[in-house]
Design a protein around this ligand. Structure first.
Ligand SMILES: Nc1nc2c(c(=O)[nH]1)N[C@H]1C(S)=C(S)[C@@H](COP(=O)(O)OP(=O)(O)OC[C@H]3O[C@@H](n4cnc5c(=O)[nH]c(N)nc54)[C@H](O)[C@@H]3O)O[C@H]1N2
Ligand SMILES: Nc1nc2c(c(=O)[nH]1)N[C@H]1C(S)=C(S)[C@@H](COP(=O)(O)OP(=O)(O)OC[C@H]3O[C@@H](n4cnc5c(=O)[nH]c(N)nc54)[C@H](O)[C@@H]3O)O[C@H]1N2
Ligand code: SF4
Ligand SMILES: [Mo]
Length: 680
């Protein structure tokens, strides 16, 4: 698989890889007939793919050729949000953008321009390449990309310097597997066969989740925890390890700092107290603590579900600290898994333009930034690789910001998203079947080349080309810049560590560091300055409002007693592919919560709190814990009766560490839509 030719012949089977925001980075085999994609399937080049892929990507042709696909650049002719546009040429669209951004910069300064993107579905070429060069040279605001993995990332960085994680293949060696706040049955499906095989080999599986997900139903022990209380449960396990003599003091002395502080802070968390806070039975927590103390190799897989609340950073830190205290490192199948995204140590070396010290905007507070600006008001918004109208907290405020008539908004996307409806200029983007990219797994440690399989649909174009055009049109281009997409791809490949760029270009797959299966504390060590695990790092301790491992009580009130969570589902990747999600989307609710409110299965309900209301039908199910309701992440506005999704109920408060989003910290009440309203 050499990087050229750019596009497959009209009849061919082409190998590529999936760069969507999923831990697995599947390698793909795509059949093309008459220049159109006919089938998409998995291969074995990425060993975890195992020849199969998820249903979303298997039917990705429905996005590529679907009704919601953007075909041409267009400018707004209706009101903001109305979605009436007039087709224009690329030349005119780029001129309009260059003209408006230039005027905003000259009148208000670069800090009146906000680039809004998240690495949602993107590899090394479609984000932080020409786009970053462009916005840096414009002197635009900087974006803190905190919507995901900010608290877990801060914890993993603070404790371990993001040491590479235990990979899926090594779960087969574990005797105990704890899946904590993760749902691989939907959001990293290639872990599932390893869990099944590990259990067949005799391993015990523990799942800690407020919902009985598929993986939880396969577990030997499922702790159906109250959202936001993981730190209490993890500390109770730490307390048990120290009290029972199971803590590995020799390891703690030799390889960690700050363990006494962790021990002291865990002291208050008896099983009973943790049980009270978390809604679990003390005996169930104790059983898991005893299992963890007595079983090796033991691996803890920390997910992202537990981070999205006010205690999320401390929760992740307490969970990640378990293998250090329990003495679980140094054997295959022992230790922890968090994200492996940092395991290649790439540091964006291909970006030569220095970052400027402009103001940093936290993307979780975009609604506030756009509507009640404290500093230079944002006059221009450039959205790409992101769908803020439905993916960010405090949705009504975000929508109010997007509706500002004076805000010049560009939305560059593959489909007409809810955000694109608010654009002044809409630009059509290629999908990963039409452009180059890299697919870097963050579950396994593997990296693959994503390459164009078909010609771009209609007039869609890759990010690299469009930002190169904008650089040129605004007289911001430098002589050494990569111009077109292929040029940029070769430039990025040329800056990858070791031979990996060459390998990706030649073979489409790079050799992972440590053969891709490092054993923690044998092959890899903490990347902290002293190579020790920092169990109570000073910066994290300062940042967390109650100090690291502090517990901020549940925000539930009498008026808003239910916890609303919004986890990933198998049908979308965040809001990507949401255009294909069947309607309507339902709120999952426990039978007891429903009956105490007189709600029947299928009833239309209002889900409400002080921030807003969402109206949708209910699905009554024992698969969600009592006191918690669940609505799918990634739903579009069309999926509810009133055009607002769960994010209309999510506060824009930030997590204790990392400035992360509190998606699972919404507290709500649910009521049946009354008959009169229903007829209206
Ligand atoms: N199919 C699919 N795959 C995806 C995605 C997708 O949207 N769809 N998204 C991708 C992205 S962007 C990410 S970040 C990852 C996310 O992957 P995951 O780590 O699986 O994250 P979530 O789906 O947010 O939540 C995981 C589980 O945490 C539970 N949970 C919620 N709150 C709490 C809590 O307070 N404590 C505990 N212990 N559990 C809690 C939820 O019920 C859920 O089952 O998946 C990626 N993969
Ligand atoms: N309620 C709730 N909300 C959540 C979460 C939650 O758990 N609950 N989870 C959060 C998480 S984990 C994440 S990661 C965020 C993700 O939120 P976003 O960053 O908004 O990600 P997506 O929803 O995937 O939207 C990405 C958009 O980029 C477009 N796109 C993809 N590739 C390209 C490209 O090459 N070029 C251009 N120009 N566009 C492209 C896609 O079509 C899509 O519309 O959502 C968050 N939102
Ligand atoms: S979304 Fe995940 S499971 Fe689906 S093809 Fe892509 S990498 Fe594989
Ligand atoms: Mo995410």
């Amino acid at each position: 698989m050499a990087i050229r030719p750019a596009v497959a012949p009209p009849e061919a089977t082409v190998h590529t890889a999936c760069p969507l925001d999923c831990p697995d980075a599947c390698t793909l085999q795509v059949t093309v007939r008459g220049g159109r994609i006919t089938t998409i399937d998995g291969t074995h080049e990425n060993p975890v793919t195992g020849g199969y892929i998820c249903a979303k990507v298997r039917r990705f042709d429905r996005r590529i050729y679907g009704d919601d696909r953007l075909h041409f650049p267009a400018v707004r002719i209706g009101a903001k949000g109305e979605g009436r546009f007039r087709r224009v040429t690329w030349n005119d669209a780029i001129d309009t953008i260059a003209d408006r951004l230039g005027r905003v910069r000259d009148t208000h300064g670069g800090e009146a321009i906000l680039p809004l993107s998240y690495g949602g579905s993107n590899g090394l070429l479609t984000q932080d390449a020409n786009d970053a060069t462009f916005f840096r040279r414009l002197g635009a605001l900087r974006l803190a990309r905190t919507v995901c993995a900010a608290p877990t990332g801060a914890a993993n960085l603070g404790l371990y310097g993001k040491m590479p994680s235990v990979v899926y293949q090594d779960y087969l060696d574990a005797r105990l597997i704890v899946v904590w706040g993760a749902n691989p049955s939907a959001s990293g499906i290639h872990l599932m066969p390893y869990l099944k095989q590990a259990r067949a080999n005799g391993a015990t599986l523990v799942v800690i989740d407020p919902r009985a997900t598929t993986v939880a139903r396969q577990a030997d022990h499922h702790l159906m925890i109250r959202p936001g209380t993981d730190v209490a449960v993890a500390l109770a396990i730490h307390r048990h390890l120290f009290e029972s003599g199971a803590a590995d003091l020799a390891f703690l002395e030799a390889h960690t700092t700050g363990w006494e502080a962790l021990r002291d802070r865990a002291q208050a968390w008896t099983f009973e107290r943790a049980a009270e806070v978390s809604g679990l039975a003390a005996a169930d927590i104790e059983r898991v603590a005893r299992l963890y103390a007595s079983t090796s190799p033991a691996v803890v897989k920390c997910g992202w579900g537990l981070e999205r609340n006010r205690n999320g950073g401390s929760a992740a830190a307490a969970v990640l600290a378990l293998p250090a205290v329990g003495g679980k490192f140094g054997v295959r199948g022992g230790g922890y898994s968090m994200s492996n995204s940092a395991s290649w140590s790439m540091a964006n070396r291909w970006l030569t333009e220095p970052e400027r010290e402009t103001r940093v905007v936290n993307m979780n507070r975009i609604g506030r930034e756009l509507t009640t600006p404290e500093q230079t008001p944002i006059q221009a918004l450039f959205v790409y690789n992101c769908n803020p109208a439905v993916t960010l907290p405090d949705q009504q405020r975000v929508l109010a910001g997007l509706a500002r008539e004076d805000l010049f908004t560009v939305v560059f996307d593959q489909v007409l998203t809810d955000t694109a409806l608010f654009a002044d200029v809409v630009l059509p983007a290629t999908t990963f079947f039409e452009h180059y990219d890299t697919a870097k797994a963050y579950g396994a440690i593997s990296m693959h080349l994503t390459r164009p399989v078909i010609e771009p649909v209609a007039e869609s174009r890759p990010n690299a080309d469009v930002f190169a055009d904008l650089l040129a049109r605004m007289d911001l281009a430098g002589d050494a810049d990569a111009t077109g997409e292929l040029d940029q791809m070769l430039h990025v490949l040329g800056h990858l560590p070791g031979d990996s760029g060459q390998e990706l270009g030649d073979r489409g797959v790079a050799t992972p560091p440590w053969d891709g299966r490092p054993i923690q504390f044998v092959d890899v060590f903490p990347r902290t300055p002293d190579r020790k695990v920092a169990l109570c790092p000073a910066d994290l301790d300062r940042e967390a409002p109650l100090g690291l491992y502090g517990f901020q009580p549940d925000p539930a009130t009498e008026a808003w007693p239910l916890a609303l969570i919004s986890p990933a589902t198998e049908r979308t990747i965040s809001s990507t592919l949401g255009e294909l999600l069947p309607m309507p989307v339902r709120l999952e609710m426990h039978p007891d919560d429903a009956s105490s409110r007189g709600i029947d299965d299928g009833d239309d309900v209002r889900v409400m709190n002080a921030l807003g209301t969402m109206q949708c039908p209910v699905k009554i199910t024992g698969l969600v814990r009592k006191g918690t309701v669940s609505f799918p992440k990634g739903a579009w506005r069309r999926h509810t009766a009133n055009g607002l999704t769960s994010n209309a109920l999510v506060p824009d408060t930030l997590t204790d560490l990392g400035g992360g989003a509190c998606f699972n910290d919404a507290r709500v009440e649910v009521a049946r839509v009354d008959e009169r309203r229903r007829r209206a």
